[in-house]
Ligand binder design. Structure first.
Ligand SMILES: [Zn+2]
Length: 411
């Protein structure tokens, strides 16, 4: 089997599930089982400065191979994450090679798990080509082991191809991306790149140059508890106040009623009793004005609720989570343009797209390293129906290689 796929399936079999409840970093020690394997493999293929640091970051260098006296070329990076989502088990993953002939795919160990063409119309483009699925009992972990296998394979090919001139390239494999902590302890100086690309996208040709602006809102309701037998005209039940408050969220502004570039407000988690209730809300929008107007909306809802329940005290505080990376990427348009050109050179029609979430790339961009996201061929992230298209994974490898060459050409 070709190196790319052999690698991918081997990485998928290693359980690297992260844990949002954990207080350690990385959140689970088992992620390091893959990280250590990657260190050995990076050395084997001839990468230099290979290391696994105390926080679980794997870094390595592909040295420049330019003739003496050549102009300096910006150092670029490629990033993927080793962990898989806490939402579906990553133990005993058994990747299945499927020679896809069309139609829905029923997964062998749990026939209730079906990859449907209706959900993934792009499956039609893969008729007659191989795809990789789970056995139906776990996630696949193509998010983001497809990205790791693609970066590893691209680096190996660049090392072997002495004719491909390139600058210095840095590789980074992070833990805990799925719990939003992927770059928390990252030493940006040590990584030493001018820009980077996360290989953590999905559809063929998709290049993601923006993500949500994100805030959390904490709403606290103070009621008044009295013995229920003697509560007439005295009790203010915070639980009921909260139920009213939640019904005030506009129905066309929720995750379940928005898509594309629309933002949302999402009542996400609550606790309540008579005395006190609290609600955590996610605010997401691609535009800053959109975030601001949603904050105002929450203030209004709180005020309306206080009015409806005299004596109840409703407070709302906001906490910033992350920003849309587009604003910073627009200052350096060539970073995305080169990625688009690389895809074109390998016969792929690239298109820009928006991530309805956050990524390590957004955090990197906020730290001053512009980092768009490139397709990997993986689909149905965080589900037992997760699958990866082999032909698109190959195109991702080729895109990385061309992108590295383009940075050298343009310098
Ligand atoms: Zn991912």
């Amino acid at each position: 089997m070709e190196r790319l796929i052999e690698r991918f399936m081997r990485y998928c079999r290693i359980d690297t599930q992260s844990d949002e409840e954990s207080t350690t970093y990385p959140s689970t020690a088992k992620q390091l089982n893959l990280s250590r394997m990657l260190v050995e493999e990076l050395k084997e293929i001839g990468m230099q400065e290979v290391e696994l640091d105390e926080h679980g970051y794997v870094m390595a260098t592909l040295p420049a191979n330019l003739p003496e006296g050549h102009k300096e070329i910006p150092v670029i990076g490629f990033i993927s994450h080793v962990d898989t989502s806490p939402s579906v088990t990553g133990a005993n993953v058994d990747p299945q090679w499927v020679d896809y002939e069309g139609g829905d795919i029923v997964l062998p160990k749990d026939p209730s798990q079906v990859i449907r063409v209706a959900d993934y119309p792009m499956l039609k483009d893969y008729e007659g080509t191989p795809i990789i699925t789970t056995d139906g009992t776990t996630l696949l972990g193509a998010d983001d082991k497809a990205g790791i296998a693609e970066i590893m394979t691209a680096m190996e090919q660049l090392i072997q191809d002495k004719d491909a001139l390139h600058g210095k390239v840095r590789v980074l494999f992070t833990p805990d991306e799925e719990i939003g902590r992927g770059v928390e302890f990252l030493d940006i100086e040590k990584l030493g790149v001018e820009c980077a690309y996360t290989m953590d996208g999905s559809k063929l040709g998709e290049i993601e140059n923006e993500n949500f602006n994100a805030f959390g809102a904490q709403i606290t309701i103070r009621g008044k508890n009295v013995h229920p037998g003697y509560a007439k005209d005295k009790m203010i039940n915070a639980l009921r106040v909260l139920s009213f408050l939640v019904t005030q969220f506009p129905e066309d502004m929720l995750p379940e009623s928005t898509e594309g570039r629309e933002g949302y407000v999402h009542p996400h988690e609550a606790t309540a009793c008579e005395e006190e209730a609290s609600l955590h809300v996610l605010i997401r929008d691609f535009e800053r004005e959109g975030v601001e107007s949603k904050q105002v909306l929450l203030w209004e809802i709180c005020a309306r609720t206080e009015e409806r329940f005299p004596g109840a005290e409703v407070t709302c505080t906001f906490k910033h989570s992350y920003d849309n990376m587009r604003f910073r990427l627009e200052e350096r348009p060539e970073i995305v343009e080169y990625a688009m050109e690389a895809a074109k050179r390998v016969g792929v029609e690239p298109h820009l797209s928006s991530i309805r979430g956050g990524t390590d790339g957004a955090m990197m961009t906020a730290k001053g390293i512009p980092t768009p996201n490139i397709f990997t061929g993986a689909h149905a992230f965080h589900a037992k129906t997760e699958w990866a298209a082999v032909s698109t994974m190959r195109k991702s490898v080729e895109t990385i290689i061309e992108l590295v060459k383009i940075w050298a050409e343009k310098a």
